[in-house]
Write a protein of this length. Sequence first.
Length: 261
Amino acid sequence: MRKLIVGVISGIFLTASVAQAHFVLLKPNTDILEEGKRIVCLKTWFTHPMEGGPNMDYHIIDSGVVINGKKYKLKWKEELIPALKGSKKKVPLYKTRFKIRRPGVYQFYVDPEPYFEPAEQKFIKQIAKVYVEAFGMEDGWDQPIGLKAEIVPLTRPFGIWEGNTFRGRVFINGKPAANIDVEVEYYNKRGVKVPADPFITQVVKTDENGYFEYTIPWAGWWGFSALGDGGKLRYKDGKEYPVELDAVLWIKAYPKPRGVK
């Protein structure tokens, strides 16, 4: 998804080559809930996480949380944030709170409307997922929840150290997605600088059975976006354009304890 973007967005003239790796960011306040705490707070928006923007238009069609095969709906509150720092254009960010009532592994997901990307002449539809383990019960993290685009982890997706290798399997429309790109980005709240554009988005490929792996270099939230084929969709100009159907998964890596090399 790397394009040379030359144009005007919200009054800001862009002339540089920018890495356009789009990610639906779905972030809870924790991936591990211990006894004494009952509320998980989540927020979600559509952005370029390593670069800190631009943020894009984003509308949720469906969302929920699945535990032990049971689905519960989520209710979101919408806020408006700048598309770019200093921009007058605003786009949605959503927040919600969910009360945990029993131990288990909670799979939160959001399924938004397709987004039309003019620079790439295609729609992008990303279905994002994140896990929260509650009160020490760890069963079920390796079970799919039936999303049209889904990464099923082979590495437990919580309690992860920096330096761990994460493995997953991609399913698009219920079938293993062979030989497709999986883009990987860090949610860069700390202003980490990279030496060149290729470092912004890491890329690995699935094998013939849809498996991939990636070693997490440092602590923080990391997103995996597997780029699948979602057919075609008609745009408001009357033309049909391809749909990139992506499976997105967010995991948190924890820093090594002090004294550990």
